[in-house]
Design a binder for this molecule. Structure first.
Ligand SMILES: NC(=O)c1ccc[n+]([C@@H]2O[C@H](COP(=O)([O-])OP(=O)(O)OC[C@H]3O[C@@H](n4cnc5c(N)ncnc54)[C@H](OP(=O)(O)O)[C@@H]3O)[C@@H](O)[C@H]2O)c1
Length: 220
């Protein structure tokens, strides 16, 4: 491994954002470790020395040493709207991941939440609140936002020693790239999965983003 080559642990790497993120990391010449429920979902070739699979579910995962050892960056694009209706599966996992990060000296963690995820100790702007309580409610996504809000609260209140970054993404489609997303406290754009993934990749090495939970929009 070269000095500039980093190891990224990707959670949710088989998902709509995560798979673009994995491709980006590999294209940039880094290594990826993926936690996957189903290894068949990954375009994996065991001659690809830059990809490593750990099989498991965040719900009952235990072997955090194996997962986190030697990792430089951790990126979460996890989601399971059905299970999140009743349980904070992401938050429960993040609460176990943080001690493992401390133990192994892993500093930086990116978590993708949603544009309708309430910022810590603040309310959503009225229009976004309406969208959340109509569309997101209709599509059964309120639990996912509750879980994301629980993750954010935990990171703010209990993990200030970790260099966490929360991206409140407004994804909409798997269309080709529409441009470059940049960070904003107030502006948001309906983005494509690939653009969000590339933005997440840049965000992970942006020191000014540490301990923020901003939105993203297309800079024209
Ligand atoms: N989709 C949107 O439009 C949207 C909009 C705004 C914000 N977001 C946020 O962005 C996050 C990612 O969204 P996405 O649409 O890219 O996600 P997605 O396509 O639903 O993918 C979710 C990922 O999480 C993994 N996962 C689910 N349950 C797991 C478990 N028990 N153990 C291990 N991995 C598990 C999935 O693995 P499997 O492939 O094995 O199921 C998949 O890789 C969401 O959670 C949401 O908070 C999404």
């Amino acid at each position: 491994m070269t000095n500039s080559q980093k190891i990224f642990l990707v959670l949710g790497g088989t998902g709509r954002t995560g798979r673009h993120f994995v491709n980006k990391v590999l294209q940039e010449g880094h290594r990826v470790r993926l936690l996957v429920q189903n290894t068949k979902k990954v375009e994996y070739n065991n001659t690809n020395l830059n990809m490593e699979l750990v099989q498991g579910s965040i719900i009952d995962f235990e072997n955090f040493d194996e997962l986190v050892q030697d990792v430089d960056y951790i990126a979460s694009m996890l989601g399971n709207a059905q299970l999140q209706k009743n349980e904070n599966i992401n938050a429960n996992f993040v609460k176990k991941l943080m001690p493992a990060m401390r133990k192994h000296g892993v500093k930086r963690f990116l978590y993708q939440a949603g544009g309708l995820t309430r910022p810590y100790n603040q309310n959503l702007p009225f229009l976004m609140w309406i969208v959340k309580n109509t569309l997101a409610r209709y599509y059964g996504l309120l639990g996912q936002h509750r879980d994301n809000e629980t993750v954010l609260k935990y990171l703010v209140e209990k993990a200030q020693d970790i260099e966490w970054i929360v991206h409140r993404a407004a994804l909409i489609s798997d269309a080709p790239s529409k441009g470059t997303l940049i960070r904003s406290k107030t502006k948001t754009s309906m983005a494509t999965f690939v653009d969000c993934a590339h933005y997440n990749y840049r965000l992970l090495s942006d020191d000014t983003a540490i301990h923020t939970y901003d939105l993203s929009y297309y800079f024209k």
